[in-house]
Structure formats: C-alpha cells, structure tokens
Write a protein that binds this ligand. Structure first.
Ligand SMILES: [Fe+2]
Ligand SMILES: [Fe+2]
Length: 277
C-alpha cells in the first residue's frame, strides 16, 4: 500500500469490506484505530473509539455510504476509554433495540459503567464467535492479562484479518497506518539478544526503529512477560494474513507478522517484570 496515496481524513480500506475509521491525531503519540467490517448491508464496528473521537469516526462511517442503523454489533476487545468511551453515542445514533454489544464477561462488568443501555453479550455465551446474517464468521480468542483480564482478539475467517486491540500496538511520534519492515530488521542482532537489546542504536544506522516503539508500548501496557508470551502462543496458531491493532500500524507482510510475533513472545521487561525483574 503506497503511503503517499492515503488520505487519513477518509475511511481507508485495509481488506475486503474492512475499513480503518480512526482519527489521525498528529498531536498525539497514541493513534487509535477503530475498524468497521461491512458484510452486505450489515456492519460491525470493532473497538469503536473514544468520546472525543466520536464525530470523526462516525463521519467516516457515513462516508463509506452506510447508515448507522446498519450496525448490528459493537465489539469491544477490552474496556479502556480509548476504545469504549463513545459507546453511548453509538447506541444513540444506531438506535436499534437489537444492537449487540459484545465483549468478554470480565470486561462487561466495566463496560456497563459507560452508561450502556443495550444488552451486553459475553463471548463465551456465543461460543466465541459472531456470525453475520450471511454466515460470515468472526472468531474470538482470549488473551488474558494482555492487558486486561478479559482481553481478546477477533479473527475474521473471510479476510484472515486479526484485530488485536492493544497487542501489536505502538506509541511514538512517528505513525503510518501500514508498516513494512526493512529486510534487515528481520536479522536485527539486538532483537535476537532478548533482554540485552539496545534498540536505541540501529545496527544499520537508521534514525527510526518502529520495533522500538512497539516494544516500549508492550513493556508499558502489558502486564507481564508471561501474559504477553501466552498471547503470542495463541496468535501463532491462527492463520493470520493481516494484523490490525488498535494503536500503531497494520502489518500485512507474513515475514513481518512472524518476526514481530516471535519477538514479542521473547520480549523482556514487560509490565511487572520491568519493576520486579
Ligand atoms: Fe488498553
Ligand atoms: Fe488501547
């Protein structure tokens, strides 16, 4: 995908019937990435976004050419305000008695505090899957404590896009919706050194290292090496073609996906392990 052709003021198609509908906030190092999946006349929104971002996100949905009432479900992969803050606004504009708000039961006890009026559905009550009326299936995989007890990821069996919420996220001044690593990144000797990484200094002399921002984000946000390693084990078993995180950038090169997944599985100094080695 050519970066220079992308207009971040519009919804951007990342896969068949799948759109990035986020707010490109140039002032913030934390870019939030809500996504919409459109299947026929039915739409689902994943990690819909914060309250301040609501008008931008909703405008992009309307620009895709769908009516808000086409949204049959809102999926929240954990309960933070950067993805759930606008839930009551979405309920108002969608205005459907049968709107489904789907999350893990561990998240739902917090999500209801966003003044939700719709019925909250837990993923274990629907066999960890959501079916569009066409039969298209989204599968949910729990990734406990990465970073919330009820965190999970969502896999679209049609496009093989995996929506990972904070996993594979990144924090930093540099942002593009799509990230492609340089071939030499795959052989970065610092990454292979695990706990002895020195990502301040790129061995190839590049000024910007996207991996450094990804690692820092996980070390700060995830709870422990054990929880992150477990999440990567789960994800490695899924036949993923694209990673679509709630922060940072989309990965679509299979080598990049494999490399970042393996690197995160070995990452040291994550969460409490950073404080109590
Ligand atoms: Fe979060
Ligand atoms: Fe987040």
């Amino acid at each position: 995908m050519e970066q220079q052709l992308l207009d971040y003021n519009r919804a951007i198609s990342i896969a068949e019937g799948t759109y990035w509908i986020g707010f490109h906030d140039v002032q913030s190092g934390l870019h939030c990435n809500p996504y919409l999946i459109l299947d026929g006349n039915e739409a689902v929104v994943i990690d819909a976004g914060s309250r301040p971002d609501f008008s931008t996100v909703m405008m992009k949905i309307l620009e895709i050419g769908i009516d808000a009432s086409s949204i049959s479900a809102l999926i929240y992969q954990h309960y933070d305000p950067d993805l759930c803050g606008s839930v009551a606004h979405f309920e108002d504009i969608i205005d459907r008695a049968d709107l489904k708000i789907i999350s893990d039961k561990e998240n739902n006890m917090f999500i209801r505090h966003y003044a939700v009026s719709s019925r909250l559905i837990s993923i274990d009550s629907i066999d960890h899957a959501f079916k569009f009326s066409s039969g298209r299936k989204l599968q949910f995989f729990n990734t406990p404590y990465s970073h919330c007890p009820g965190s999970f990821v969502t896999y679209d069996t049609k496009t093989r896009v995996l929506f990972t919420s904070d996993l594979f996220g990144s924090y930093g001044a540099h942002w593009d919706l799509f990230l492609s690593l340089s071939p030499e990144c795959h052989t970065c000797q610092y990454l292979e050194m695990g706990s002895k990484m020195d990502l301040e200094r790129c061995v190839r002399g590049k000024t910007y290292c996207p991996i450094r921002d990804i690692f820092r984000f996980h070390q700060m946000i995830m709870t422990s090496e054990k929880a992150l390693g477990y999440a990567m084990q789960i994800i490695q078993k899924i036949p993923v073609a694209m990673i679509a995180p709630q922060h940072g950038s989309v990965l679509s090169d299979p080598r990049d996906i494999r490399f970042v997944t393996q690197s995160l599985a070995l990452l040291k100094g994550v969460g409490i392990d950073r404080i109590i080695p």
